[in-house]
Design a protein around this ligand. Structure first.
Ligand code: 13P
Ligand code: SF4
Length: 317
């Protein structure tokens, strides 16, 4: 056992010694967020990463995030504390399957552009025209010419939600996030009933059945901005990865935050099913080791060049 406070001190010292910057997504363990130089949603972190001046970036998140960082900053050493930190959404759309589907659509004479959620592998990104995050999806969809069809991959729930807010019909890939997929409407409704006046916040990766009983829908940064805009103390039911409560509590401590559906568990504690097992592979020990030994590292791949054009056009311009 290593004391978390000692590990945090060690990480701070190693960042200086190794000329490294630590980025952490809002779904990462709170201790790592506290010792990070930048925290945020996928869009903010992608933009922060290109401004980093140190020679090394440690990305405490999942593989597609570190990969995107390497693509946007090829000259940097980009480290990911655990290379096995994947994503069920990214896994649900494989390169060969997407290529085959696009070829089938083209053979049918369909005129379309492919819009990918950033939660995809770089290889899949290299087949796409646009990349969106939960933070910029609406404005990117508006950039797709009106006479083109849209093939949206891989999140069917985010895609369905975007159809609703943009009014654009889309061909949806049948992927989903293993964390947001499992929230139970019944548990959410019971939690709402047991907490009169509570406000339900949901990530658009949740299925329609959850979104339609939610009060506010947004990506993680949008959820954070929303609770900060409400000054009167309130109770919020959080239908997204439970570590999100950490930045919400730090940004707007006047409120009470209850994870969905964790509050229904007999212990009253956060239910393990609303934690992302991939994000959870990031531990303080692994962040320390990755700084100390300079690995695991994201290596440049031939298809990164193509993915870079799409990422730059979508996130940085
Ligand atoms: P955002 O933080 O961009 O909303 O992304 C959510 C997510 O599922 C990341 O894996
Ligand atoms: Fe992927 Fe869902 Fe985990 Fe985000 S929370 S990394 S979308 S599996």
């Amino acid at each position: 056992y290593e004391d978390p406070l000692d590990l945090m001190d060690e990480i701070d010292a190693l960042k200086k010694e190794k000329d490294a910057t630590l980025l952490a997504h809002f779904y990462i363990d709170g201790d790592i967020q506290d010792v990070a130089d930048f925290t945020g949603d996928s869009l903010k972190l992608a933009r922060d990463a290109v401004k980093v001046e140190t020679s090394t970036i440690v990305f405490s998140g999942v593989h597609f995030m570190a990969e995107s960082t390497k693509i946007l900053s090829p000259e940097k050493t980009v480290l990911l504390p655990d290379l096995h930190a994947g994503c069920s959404l990214a896994d649900s759309c494989q390169y060969e399957d997407l290529l085959q589907f696009q070829e089938k659509l083209r053979a049918e004479g369909r005129d379309f552009e492919t819009v990918a959620y950033i939660n995809t592998s770089a290889k899949v990104k290299s087949l796409c025209d646009w990349i969106v995050t939960s933070g910029n999806a609406r404005e990117i969809i508006d950039r797709v010419p009106a006479d083109k069809e849209i093939l949206f991959v891989p999140d069917q729930h985010l895609g369905r939600y975007l159809q609703e807010v943009t009014g654009r019909q889309m061909i949806l890939w049948p992927g989903s996030c293993m964390v947001h997929e499992i929230f139970s409407v019944q548990d959410l409704l019971r939690a709402k009933k047991n907490n009169p006046g509570s406000i339900v916040l949901a990530h658009p990766e949740c299925p329609h059945s959850i979104l339609e009983v939610s009060d506010f829908i947004g990506g993680t940064e949008k959820l954070r901005q929303y609770v900060m805009s409400i000054k009167e103390p309130g109770t919020f039911l959080i239908a997204t990865e439970a570590n999100m409560i950490h930045p919400l509590e730090k940004s707007a401590p006047q409120h009470t935050y209850l994870p969905v559906p964790g509050i229904m568990a007999s212990s009253g504690e956060t239910c393990a099913c609303n934690r992302c097992p991939h994000m959870a592979l990031n531990t303080l020990q692994k962040v320390r080791d990755c700084l100390k030994y300079g690995k695991p590292e994201i290596e440049w791949q031939p298809y990164f060049d193509k993915a870079r054009d799409v990422l730059e056009r979508s996130l940085l311009q």
